[in-house]
Design a protein around this ligand. Structure first.
Ligand SMILES: [Zn+2]
Ligand SMILES: [Zn+2]
Length: 212
């Protein structure tokens, strides 16, 4: 064996050396790729996690959206219900108003008719009894049923209680008592202070209705 290899062997040895270097390079590249791949894997996992989170969020959002939709339809139903109720109330109040207006018109009509009738009655009275007040009844004493007059016998006299009777009846009721008289209508006492029935005042309102 010589120390110097033959050219063929040297060539092969060089080739081996080159290939070993290349292999080493490839190994390094492979290692780099492994690191890169692992980084990519981590990134991918992170993205996956984010995607899951986003999916969850979107799911919650979808649920919330459905809930909101439910709430909106409930509100819409509520509004529709109250709108209907409101319409019913408005219709009822309009009807009530119409009825009231009708009633008022009816009453006004009646009132007008009554006024006409009263005027007609007045006309009839005037035609039957003439333009004077002769158709007015002459007031009477409710005790003796006689018409009052301005003479001494049927002169209208008023008691302290406000009742009126003719002086003859007053005289008869008082009798011999000159101090007081008991009202025949309500038994109330009127003081005569010793003057008898001449103390009783005239009922001027009744006197004015008398002819003389
Ligand atoms: Zn009388
Ligand atoms: Zn009286």
């Amino acid at each position: 064996m010589s120390s110097e290899p033959d050219p063929e062997t040297a060539k092969l040895l060089l080739k081996i050396e080159q290939l070993t270097a290349e292999n080493e390079e490839l190994k390094q590249t492979n290692q780099n790729l492994c690191v890169y791949r692992s980084g990519m894997k981590q990134k991918y996992e992170l993205l996956d996690l984010k995607a899951t989170e986003m999916e969850q969020r979107s799911h919650i959002a979808a649920e919330n959206y459905l809930k909101m939709q439910d709430k909106i339809s409930a509100l819409e139903e509520y509004i529709t219900h109250y709108e209907q109720e409101f319409q019913t109330i408005i219709a009822a109040s309009q009807k009530e108003n119409e009825e009231k207006t009708k009633k008022i018109m009816l009453l006004e009509h009646k009132l007008e008719n009554n006024e006409h009738e009263e005027r007609d009655e007045e006309m009839v009275d005037k035609v039957q009894y003439g333009p004077t007040q002769s158709y007015n009844k002459i007031p009477t004493c409710e005790i003796c049923a006689s018409e009052f007059n301005n003479q001494v016998d049927r002169n209208p006299r008023v008691l302290a209680c406000g009742h009126t009777l003719c002086i003859s009846c007053a005289n008869r009721i008082a009798g011999s008592d000159l101090d007081q008289i008991s009202c025949p209508f309500d038994r109330k006492i009127t003081q005569l202070e010793g003057f008898g029935v001449s103390k009783l005042a005239k009922n001027f309102t009744v006197c004015q209705l008398l002819s003389d």
